[in-house]
Every structure is written in C-alpha cells, then in structure tokens.
Design a protein around this ligand. Structure first.
Ligand code: BES
Ligand code: MN
Ligand code: ZN
Length: 489
C-alpha cells in the first residue's frame, strides 16, 4: 500500500473512497466539508441522530461518484492515539474486503495532528490485513494507495510521520502474521530462519543457537521444555546498536510455537489457540524490526527462546528437576507452566550482559486473564519508574496494561522440598506467582514483565479488532524506545 501526502480541498479529492473522521461533540459537517453534497448528507444524518460520531462508529455513504466512510472519533479534546488507531482499523476493515484503488483519508484538524495521523495510518495498515493467511481466495486487501489529505491550513504533518507510521504498522502486521501462521509451519527452527530473514533485511545483527549450543550454554529450562518435542529448540539474539555509549534495553520474548501443555496436557479446547504462545517472541522481533528500519539512535537487544511444548517420549516428567542458566534448580510440578522455565534462562542470560533495563513479554498465564480480562496485559516489575514510563506510553497508544503486585509473600508459594524453586504456586494469584518466579532470574536489573496472555489474541472478529493475533504492544514498545532515545538512552 503506497502512502502519500496530499494537500487538497475535499471536493477536489480524486479518490472514489474517502475516509472522514467526525467528532461526537461537534455539530454540523466538519469544516472541510461545508458546502459539499457529502457535507449536507453528514449534516442531515447527524440531525436525525443516525450518525453520532461516537468512537469507532462507521457509516458508509454512497454518492454517484464517491463513497465516504464516516468514522466516529469520539469527543474532540479526548482524541488520542488509541481512539484514532481503532477508529481507522474499523473504517478500513469495512471496505478492505475487495481490492480498492486509491483511498483518501481526510485528517481531522486537531492540535497534535502528526501523532493522530500516525495512529490513523497504523490503523489503516492493520485494518487492511486479516488473519486469513491460508485462504484460497484472499478476503482482505491492502489498498493500492492511501492518500493522506491535509485540507485546512492548521497543523501540517511531515512526511517523516507518514514513514514512521508505515514502518510501525508493517511491524504490527509482521507480529500478527507470525502468530497467525499455523504451528506446523513455524517449528522453532523454521521460525528462527524467518526471524533471521526479517532481521537481515532490517539491518539487525542476528545470532541463532541450535540445541548443541543451547546445551553448551546450560539453558536447562529451555532444554527441559524442548525435550518433549521432536523439533529442536532455538535461541535467537538480535541486536540494534545505534546508540553509541547509551545504555542497552533488553527485550525478552516467550516463543512457544505450540503449547500442548506437555504431560500436564491441556484439554483440546484450551489448545486451539496455542499457536499464539510465541507472541512475546513475535512482538520482540517486530519491535526490533521497526527500531532498525527507523534507524533509532538506541541500543536494543532482543532475546527469543523458541521451543514447542509437547508430550514426546523424552518429555520432562512431574518431579523432574532442571538446572537453569543461573544455577538455580527448579522442580517441575506442572509441565504446562513452561513459559517461566524458558524465560528463566533467557532473562538470566540477558541480565548477564548488564543491560540498563529488561522488558519481557510473555503469554504466561490464564490467571492473568481471570484477573484482568482478555484485553488488558498484566504489568509487573521490580522498578517503579520503568513500569510507570511504560504505562504512560500505553496511554498514548491505547494498548492497555495494568500494574500488578509482586509482594514477597508470593515467593513463599514457590518453595520446593527438593529444589530451589518449584514451577507452580498455589491455587490463587497465578499471574503473580509466575511473575515472582521470573523475578528470581533478573538479579538487580530494572525489569518489567508484561503478561500478554489476554491481549495477544482475539477469539472473535470484532469491528475494531480482527480475530487471531493482535501484535499487541509493538506500537507501544517502539514509541517507548523512541522516547528513551530522546531522553538520552
Ligand atoms: N501459554 C499458557 C498461558 C495462556 C493461557 C496463554 C491461555 C494464553 C491463553 C501457559 O503456558 C500456561 O499454560 N500457563 C498455565 C500455568 C499453570 C499451569 C500454573 C495456566 O495459565 O494455566
Ligand atoms: Mn503452558
Ligand atoms: Zn505457554
């Protein structure tokens, strides 16, 4: 989808399809439309309350020569990147079922126009891509081109904003595509190869460890989980080093390409979406792809632990004890609590390289969804400023994360009779005990953990969200990283 910037009055836009945002608390047609026939139609429908302008509302108006997709943006002074993004997903999703030539997007005239434009362009890129990777006939089409129309002389936007949004939107879709890929087509080895291709194209340095190397590096957690599978594990290290002497941010991703539960087997229905258990890894590689393509002046490293969790004859058994990278021993009492086992090694290894901060992303616990529902990530960490900074950025992107406790009494629940730790807590607070487990492997490095079991995946097709992988937190992390660059690392 070619994206271009044009300066034009609305009645002179050559496109046959025009997306137009309107506000809930504005009466009459948007200023840009006054006097046009579309403007009169919008006016009439507002008067009859058929259009309210509430956020994400989509109305398609067909004229003899042009079709206008009117999308609600909610209250004008409350418009933020999240509302703008989801509104555009909804608007573009409505018309992307067939191939389209040029579609014009009329930018609303708001103070922070560039940020809103970026979110809207990202929404258009995400909304024109669906989860149907394997359909014989595609049912979703990127537009041939998207023209960003700046009409009034208010705040102009720079071509840089458009490029930035293009890169970020494409990276969200990369994460979604990787998650939506069938598990049989993304064994750890194949996924690592795909990641290598992405990394090399973007200019990231990439290192991939095979099972022998993983054994030589004493990653007992990753090896333990991988033992039940015929597919060997991989450990991937990505590096973007454009930050000079600035400190390094480490991103760590859980990459379970299919989670059957292992011998603690999941029921069939719980396994249906377990190809998404590598979302953390997908989000890390996608974020780094964007960071590299944008050439951000930062140092970021990505660590991805890739494995299947299966039930093969060599599968780890309940009561087995694994020795992790940092020397701690873990008694495995539930093989379905595998994410923390592979993350333990990845976090220890990341921490050894003395990054200034670590952020991990993992589809770690169903308990987190019980606590926060399917669309809000649990945010845990040992460092308040880091967590607060992250949460602030989520407010700009509309990706939701809620801070959760990490009190020390939860550590008691991980006590084992035979080893340093066991890999499950008790009946209650499962997302917290999982995070508390991870905390044992980061030492004193400032660390934040996002449990994305909920927001990584959408069970159903919604107007503002496709079914399948969501690519959650790519938009947030890229902005978080861009912001650290501005603050000097
Ligand atoms: N991958 C799952 C968590 C998950 C569940 C992600 C649902 C997305 C949707 C994880 O490996 C898991 O199985 N966790 C267990 C932990 C338990 C055995 C302590 C869980 O949540 O039941
Ligand atoms: Mn599991
Ligand atoms: Zn899992």
């Amino acid at each position: 989808m070619k994206i271009q910037l044009i300066r034009q009055s609305v009645d002179a836009i050559p496109s046959r399809w025009i997306i137009l945002g309107i506000f809930e608390d504005e009466s009459g047609p948007p200023r840009d439309l006054a006097g046009t026939s579309v403007g009169e139609t919008v006016d009439r429908l507002r008067a009859s309350k058929d259009i309210s302008g509430s956020s994400g509302e989509v109305t398609v108006l067909h004229d003899p020569v042009v079709s206008v997709i009117v999308v609600g943006l909610g209250k004008k002074d409350r418009l933020d990147g999240g509302t703008a993004f989801y509104a555009m997903v909804a608007a573009t999703k409505r018309i992307a079922g067939k191939p389209r030539e040029d579609v014009a997007l009329v930018l609303p005239d708001v103070p922070d126009r560039a940020a809103i434009a970026e979110a809207m362009i990202e929404g258009a890129i995400v909304g024109t891509r669906g989860p149907g990777l394997k359909l014989a006939e595609p049912n979703r089409h990127a537009f041939r081109s998207l023209s960003i129309v700046v009409t009034s002389d208010g705040n102009p936007i720079e071509i840089d904003s458009i490029r930035r949004a293009e890169v970020i939107g494409a990276s969200v879709n990369l994460a979604r595509d990787l998650v939506n890929t069938p598990p049989g087509e993304k064994s750890p080895a194949r996924l690592a190869d795909q990641i290598r291709a992405v990394a090399e194209e973007a200019g990231l340095s990439v290192e991939i460890w095979d099972a022998d190397r993983i054994r030589a590096e004493r990653f007992g957690g990753l090896l333990g989980v991988a033992a039940g599978s015929d597919e060997p594990p991989r450990f991937v290290i990505l590096r973007h080093g454009k930050g000079g002497n600035a400190p390094t941010l480490a991103l760590v991703g859980k990459g379970v390409t299919f989670d059957s539960g292992g011998l603690s087997l999941k029921p069939s229905a719980s396994m249906e979406d377990m190809k998404s258990d590598m979302t953390g890894a997908a989000v890390v590689v996608s974020t780094l792809q964007a960071v590299a393509r944008l050439g951000l002046p930062v140092n970021v490293a990505g660590y991805l632990a890739l494995t299947e969790n299966m039930t093969g004859g060599h599968a780890m058994k309940l009561g087995d004890v694994l020795t992790m990278r940092n020397g701690k021993t873990v008694e495995v009492l539930n093989t379905d609590a595998e994410g923390r086992l592979i993350l333990a090694d990845a976090l220890s290894y990341a921490a050894e390289h003395s990054p200034a901060r670590i952020i991990d992303l993992a589809t770690l616990t169903g308990a987190c969804m019980v606590a926060l529902g399917p669309q809000i990530a649990g945010l845990f960490g040992n460092n308040d400023p880091l967590c607060e900074e992250l949460q602030k950025v989520t407010q700009r992107t509309g990706e939701r994360a809620w801070r959760m406790p990490l009190d020390d009494d939860f550590k008691e629940m991980l006590k084992s009779q035979v080893a340093d730790l066991k890999n499950i807590g008790g009946k209650w607070g499962g997302a917290i005990t999982a995070a508390k487990f991870l905390e044992q492997f980061v030492g004193s490095t400032p660390w934040a953990h996002l449990d994305i079991a909920g927001p990584s995946w959408s069970d159903s097709d919604q107007p503002r969200r496709d079914a399948g992988g969501t690519g959650c937190f790519v938009r947030t992390l890229v902005r978080f990283i861009a912001q650290t660059a501005e603050n000097g690392g």
